[in-house]
Design a protein around this ligand. Structure first.
Ligand SMILES: [Zn+2]
Length: 122
């Protein structure tokens, strides 16, 4: 049997395991999913939080403008400007966060489904 690999959707953060790359398309947004450069077994050994962190970093790698936006204020010495910029960004990020929370809730549900499936097959 071919080994499973970890794939993730850079658009919504959904991840899943597939044997064949052509099967790796996101069921939520129908995007082609990216292969995570980590062996399946290693990924399985991570807990939910570690997986979230790892995938978040991977997703951010594909999105340099977001990283630039977040780190830009730190290069400035002017606190007033920094506060103004951060306040504006917080509003933006709160909107994004709302969407991400929905994704995370959905991801956790998926993980629990997998865990339960796993338990049942034991
Ligand atoms: Zn997706």
């Amino acid at each position: 049997m071919r080994e499973l690999s970890v794939y993730y959707c850079a658009k919504c953060g959904y991840y899943a395991y597939y044997q064949l790359p052509q099967n790796a398309s996101c069921p939520r947004c129908c995007e082609k999913m990216k292969l995570l450069n980590m062996p399946y077994q290693l990924f399985m050994d991570l807990n939910c939080e570690e997986r979230d962190q790892l995938l978040s970093r991977e997703i951010l790698k594909n999105c340099p403008s977001v990283v630039a936006r977040i780190t830009e204020p730190h290069r400035k010495a002017n606190q007033r400007e920094t506060i103004a910029i951060l306040s504006a960004k917080i509003n933006e990020l709160e909107d994004e966060n709302k969407k991400l929370n929905e994704t995370v809730a959905w991801m956790h549900q998926t993980i629990w489904d997998l865990v339960r499936k796993n338990e049942n097959s034991k």
